[in-house]
Structure formats: C-alpha cells, structure tokens
Design a protein around this ligand. Sequence first.
Ligand code: FDA
Length: 497
Amino acid sequence: DNGAHVPVLVIGTGYGGSVAALRLAQAGVNVQMVEMGMAWDTPGSDGKIFCNTTSPDNRSYWLRTKTKQPLSNFFGIPIDKSIPRYTGILDAEDFSGITVYQGRGVGGGSLVNGGMAVTPKRENFGAILPSVNADEMYNTYYPRANAGLGVGMIDPAWFDTTDCYQYARVGRKQAQRSGFPFVFVPDVYDWDYMKQEAAGTATKSALAGEILYGNNYGKKSLQKTYIAQIKATGKVTISPLHKVTSVSPASGGGYTVLIDQINTNGDTTVTKTVTADKVFFAAGSVGTSKLLTKLKATGALPNLNSEIGKGWGDNGNVMCGRANHIWDPTGSLQATIPCGGIDNWAAGGAFAEVAPLPTGIETFASFYLSITKNPNRGTFTWNAGANRVDLDWQTAWKQPSIDMAKTIFDKINAKEGTIYRTDLFGVYKIWNDTLTYHPLGGAVLNKATDNYGRLHGYSGLYVIDGALIPGNTSVNPFVTITALAERNIEKIIATDL
Ligand code: FDA
C-alpha cells in the first residue's frame, strides 16, 4: 500500500525473486513482492488461463499490436498477426541488434519457457561463475534448486516409442550418425502427465502446441513450485501489475521505492511510495540492469560502481532449421517440451537443443536452438535524451555463435545429404541471429556486487537474478540462476538479518 514500510521488498517474481522471498519468509521475515506483469491465475472466456501458440490473442504479447514470433515465416511467408495491445505474457523487447524475449507475470520466465532444467557440466562451471565455490554448488545448491523446481527426466523407453518425440528421435539418429553425443535433458514438465496426454486420458497442453504464451496443465512453472510454497508461508504479499521505477536512500534509513500501478493497457493509474529496509533486485537480467543503470546515472543511487550495466551476454543463442529427406518425417504431433540436445561444447562451443516445430502438419523439418560460447558482451547505458536505457549489442556479434553452431549442422547436412531451411526467419535466411531467450549479466557477481550479490555502495541492496551471471551458462540458464540465488540468500539470511 502507498506509504507502507516493509522489511523486505523484492522486485520481480521470477526464479531469483521467488527463491529470495521463500527463504526469507521461512526465516520469519515479511516480504513484499512487486511484479509488473499480471497474476495469470484467472481463465479467459475460452476457459483457459493461457492462449495457444497457434492462435495468439491479447494474452500473448506484452504491449504489442502485432505478434513477434521467433519463427516469423513459413515457406518464406510472414506469419505474424495483429493482436490487441495488452499486458500479455511474453515480452519481445527490442534493443539495437537484438530482441530479448522475457516472461511477464507472477512466475517470470517460468511462465513462458520450455522448462529445460539443465545443470551445467562440472568442468564448465569455472568459466560460468569463476568466483563461486563449485563444490558447494554441486553438493548443496544445485541439488536444492533441482528439488525446489521439481526437475525430472523423460522415461527413455517411452521416448523410444511415442509419436510426439519422433522429431527428437530423428535429431538423435542424425547427431549420432555424424559422431555427436545426443544427451537427454531434464525438464520441469510433469512427465506422467505428458504420458496421459499422449494416451488421451488428460487434457492436452504440451501435446496441444502450448509453448511461449504459457502452459495450461503439465508444466511446473514457479506458480506450482516456489510460489505455491511462498503463498503457504502466509508471510509474503505479491502485487501484480505494479512496476518499480525508482529506489533511493530514505532519509530515516532504508530505501524509498517508487512503484507505478498499471492497467492492462500499460498505463499508470496510481503511483505509490513504499519504504523498505532491504531491496532485492530480481527483475531479470534486463530489468535489473535497466533499473540500476538508470538509478546510477540519474543520481538516485550514485554510489553504485562502474560495473553496473556491464558484462551482458545472450548465452550465445542462435536458431536454425534443416530440411530432411522425405524418408525422415519428424511427425505431425510434436511435444512442445524439448527433451534432448546435441553436445559439441568441448570441441566446437555449441550445445544444440533439438526443438519442436509444433505446426500440426508434417514439415520434414528439424529445428534447433543452439547455446554457444559467444565471447561478445554488451553494455547498458542511460540515454538521457530519450529517457531510456540502451544496449550496445550488434547483430554481427552473433557471427561466432553461427560459426560454432555450424560445427554441428554443416557436418550433419554433409553426412545426411541435406540442406538448411532458408524460409523460417525471413526470405532466404538460414540463421535467426537477432534474438535471445537467455539474457544474462549486467550486474555481475563479484564485480557490481560482492560475491553474494550485495550491491557495492549501498548496504541493504541486493541483486539475486540472472543479472549476476556474466553472459553464459553453457546450457539453459534457470537452474543456475536458481542455485546461485539459493546460495546467496542462505548467506544473506545468516549474516545480514
Ligand atoms: P525472470 O525474467 O524470470 O523474472 C523477472 C521478473 O521481474 C519478470 O516477471 C518481470 O516481469 C519482472 N520485472 C521486470 N522489471 C520489473 C520492474 N521494474 N518492476 C516489477 N517487476 C519487474 N531457461 C531455461 O533454463 N530453460 C528453458 O527451457 C528456457 N526456455 C526459455 C524460453 C523462452 C521463450 C524464454 C523467454 C526464456 C527461456 N529460458 C529458459 C530462460 C529463463 O526463463 C530465464 O533465464 C529466467 O526466467 C530468468 O530468471 P530471472 O529470475 O533472472 O528473471
């Protein structure tokens, strides 16, 4: 409420924010969570909370009048369509040279993502978070995160026989024929539920094409895991459609937090002021970086150090499709939840998830999202004239990612006698090199903050989300974000409360 004083305010309800709120509440602290997106707990007129990928409506995109689908074309024909402007679930946020996809709502990215819940290989961890004790992470915090998130693995015997993973079996066969290891990837999807979907005994979600705009049944988003536990403590208030715009030191101690309450057009209806003893920035890599960059530059938090806004990376994301021969169909029914990938990280710097193309028809296409060791890093800066935060990324900075992904797909194409699809991202365009699903960095651990996320320059201000991770995790990032948050909040509760 306007004028309230709270012990802890958490900005954002994604992975980092949910871990912080739960552990603080369990330690007896009252927490106020502030989320700019909607609650996503009420069905629409079609009886569903979330809309389907094949028929995006106002619920699909954050304040856009046209969809911006990652796969924008089919046979070269643009497939984006007009939608009513609304505080929808997926933000396709445009910066120079890159569109950054993010979830908006209570649950953050967990609402929209594929649920791939991957712990990086131990030997890669030193390059991911160099200042963090790997033994502690692999013995304590990764297991804690996996348990809290409800991570599970597909039944390999079922994988071998079910129609809905034909596309992944084609991906495995072709990878192995070219000498690449195919690895199963864990996910937070309820695999028993998916078996029931396939058997026709449960309402379909992964098998109904639901992905990107929310999943109505089988996926264990944060709403079903950490946030359900948060609600059970009775110590946390969550305010959706509230956007934090400023944090600055309060005269009597603590921090003054300015919050815009918005309506579903995105317009501010009320501006509120809350005082908080401690503030956790958990607005996601982009959200946290934008806030801190602006607050430092405009004088609200001038003592933040010069590392703010730096070290931002795209986790090396790049997409491509391949055209298979007529004797290698990938299936008209495709589960939207990926379950495997091609690992050429050590030799070529790429880990490619075999992704679905759930069109409902046979396409003979294989589709991949590669995570690569792209070395390029961007910086956020305050643009006073335009009153916004810019990111200095360039599309050409994806070239190393394309080269790394090609170490896998050029070889597979040569072995199979196949070619790349050139019709999925425009007209004659092989690579989608203008997006990321995995923004990381901008307030890097042990640089902008100390080794536990305490912001330099201000006691009682913390970063606890993907902004802490310096640009790459070698695999999909949310398990690492969650595990790092578990590690940091344990230390903060033990020493700072
Ligand atoms: P996260 O982005 O989850 O949460 C931040 C929250 O803060 C958001 O809810 C946002 O609305 C809110 N916020 C921002 N600014 C605010 C402000 N000023 N005031 C109030 N609230 C504010 N990862 C993975 O490991 N496996 C996968 O399969 C996938 N797949 C995938 C698909 C797609 C389409 C996307 C977009 C992303 C993925 N990801 C993924 C990435 C993963 O979802 C992402 O890394 C995490 O959600 C990031 O977690 P954070 O806690 O950092 O922020």
